[in-house]
Ligand binder design. Structure first.
Ligand SMILES: [Zn+2]
Length: 86
C-alpha cells in the first residue's frame, strides 16, 4: 500500500505492517527505513510517481532492481538513513 502525502512525500506500508516515509530532500530521494541501499520502499514510491497527491494505491512492493536507473532519474538518490535493508 502506498499513499502520496505530498508533492515529494509518500507513505509506504509494508506487508508486514511497517510504515515508511519516502521523501525528496535537498540531498535527493531517501527513505526512513534502515536501508542504505536503494530500498523497496523508495523503489515503490518512485514507480508510482504518477499518483495524485492524497491518492492511496494498493501495490506489491517493487523489488525488481532491473529498472532502478530509470526510476532514479536526474534527482538521484542519497540514502540519508540506515544500515541495511529490512
Ligand atoms: Zn525503505
Amino acid at each position: 500500500m502506498i499513499t502520496r502525502t505530498g508533492e515529494v512525500t509518500y507513505d509506504v506500508l509494508s506487508s508486514s505492517g511497517g510504515s515508511y516515509k519516502v521523501a525528496r530532500t535537498s540531498k535527493g530521494w531517501g527513505c526512513m527505513c534502515q536501508a542504505r541501499v536503494f530500498c523497496k520502499h523508495l523503489r515503490t514510491a518512485l514507480a508510482n510517481r504518477d499518483m495524485v497527491v492524497g491518492c492511496m494505491r494498493t501495490v506489491a512492493a517493487l523489488t525488481d532492481k532491473s529498472n532502478d536507473a530509470t526510476l532514479l532519474g536526474s534527482d538521484g538518490f542519497d540514502a540519508w538513513a540506515g544500515q541495511e535493508e529490512g
